[in-house]
Write a protein that binds this ligand. Sequence first.
Ligand code: AHM
Ligand code: MG
Length: 328
Amino acid sequence: MATITTLSEFIMDRQAEFPFASGELSRLLADIGIASKIVNKQVNKAGLQDILGSEGTENVQGETQQKLDVYADVAFINYFKSGGLVCGIGSEENDEYLAFDTEISKRGKYVVLFDPLDGSSNIDVNVSIGTIFSVFRRTSSVGDLANINDFLQPGIDQVAAGYVIYGSSTMLVYTTGHGVNGFTLDPSIGEFCLSHPRMIIPEDGKIFSVNEGNLNDMEESVKEYITHCKAEKYSARYIGSLVSDFHRNLIKGGIYLYPSTKRNPKGKLRLLYECAPLAFIIEQAGGLATDGEKRVMEIRPEELHQRIPFFIGSKKMVEDALKMRKED
Ligand code: AHM
Ligand code: MG
């Protein structure tokens, strides 16, 4: 029988790679794996319970929250709160960051920013959704309450980032800056098992993922790039679930674009818990991520829910898209 490596074994083996190898970041990553299994269980049985559909409240972006969004948000927060490693969190579903006010949490060295269930408009129709997370070391003193500056850090300062995709199978993909590794949940043993070691995105690709319904509202250079993709006979693939579109492009090669549009002049996607973590992963896998002008990893956030235009994927494709912007 072939030997398997579970997520926890893998994380423990790699512990020495972390700059402050106290074992805490390893534990935090393992905790994220466990919390995501709890969410996965609920996502899987969503159709069976009165848990599908809208919660009826709106989040800070004015989008209707789905019940599972709220469930996932609370599940992760509870895990982070009780683990004692995290002093505060920022989440898509919460207007403000939360500073955990217990003695043990105030000693936590990390903050986590996350989108508990990305692509949530797809929940009701049984399409893949995901969780995205980004981990920073706090900048405030251990023992104090977390403050906003702990969260407004540029992507280059992330110590770990990853996502979970609840799809035809459930996968967890993460990086700590030493390459990207993917784990598939084996439901028979309830463990994430290493299935995609050292993930590398093909340097060039033939898939472009964009909501073309917004085409008329896009800048000329982006329209030109889309015309170029069609001229090259690339395949259009757009699930409308960032994690799923990203994951497919990471494996097959491709580009995902969410440029600024008239409705979303600053772009739609959120820098801190959607773009920066995926940018960290793509760079570690050999690809690129930009807002059209700057490397996403270098953008210094000004607010928790900041949005940016987003171009991410195979190096050559992102470079081509950028070239057209420069020529504009
Ligand atoms: P969400 O975080 O509210 O789910 O929104 C983010 C989602 C992404 O998953 C997806 O890529 C994008 O929004 C789709 O937007 P659109 O429907 O405008 O194409
Ligand atoms: Mg989202």
